[in-house]
Design a protein around this ligand. Structure first.
Ligand SMILES: [Ca+2]
Ligand SMILES: [Ca+2]
Length: 199
């Protein structure tokens, strides 16, 4: 076996630097409808009304179905992510009614606040806004709006997305080392045969 073939084989078997494998998940709620939900789970994300209560699926300012905490005041929403996440984003928005203090808070599994994203919107704002947070090991997020919003978290949520990141450091496997040994051994034998006088 030629040296370049050995190197190509070893390279193909993963003797590479540590790589990051990211899996992005996206939930758009478009096939949902109705109200009175305590929880809703899709693609590893479990949605609930933060602090109890229920939520409903409703048409959002982006023209598709999203989520709204039910009742007055509207409760914030919470989403637990199975396996955790390193990045979470959600679209939040309101119709032309009041100013809103949009928020997205990320927590660890020990209920420690990791990071918060906020955005203040004007009363005339009729669009959805994407809030994103990045932190290692996000177990769940709480999102919606706070004062000056009227009636609690009076905003819709949609397009919930999260990224799970796993760092993988490939180690040379025994089979790889065996192949490497066979490769160099084969080259040695080839040279020995070339040097041997013809009989
Ligand atoms: Ca939607
Ligand atoms: Ca509002």
């Amino acid at each position: 076996m030629k040296l370049w073939k050995v190197l190509a084989a070893v390279s193909a078997m993963g003797l590479a630097p540590a790589i990051s494998v990211e899996a992005a998940t996206f939930v758009n709620f478009n096939s949902q409808s109705g109200s009175g939900f305590a929880t809703y789970t899709e693609s590893g994300a479990t949605l609930a009304s933060a602090g109890g209560g229920t939520f409903e699926f409703a048409l959002t300012p982006n023209g598709t179905v999203g989520v709204l905490g039910s009742g007055i005041p509207h409760p914030l929403l919470r989403a637990d992510i199975a396996g955790g996440a390193s990045e979470v984003s959600v679209d939040l928005g309101d119709f032309n009614a009041d100013q809103d203090g949009l928020l997205l808070r990320a927590f660890s599994s020990m209920d420690v606040l990791l990071t918060t994203a906020t955005l203040a919107t004007l009363s005339a704002d009729e669009t959805m806004h994407t809030l994103s947070v990045t932190a290692p090991n996000i177990a769940y997020v709480i999102f919606g709006s706070q004062a000056p919003s009227l009636d609690g978290s009076s905003v819709f949520a949609d397009n919930f997305a999260f990224t799970q990141s796993d760092s993988i450091t490939p180690m040379p496997e025994p089979a790889t080392m065996t192949l490497l040994g066979l490769g160099f051994g084969g080259m040695g034998a080839h040279r020995w045969r070339q040097r041997r006088p013809l009989s």
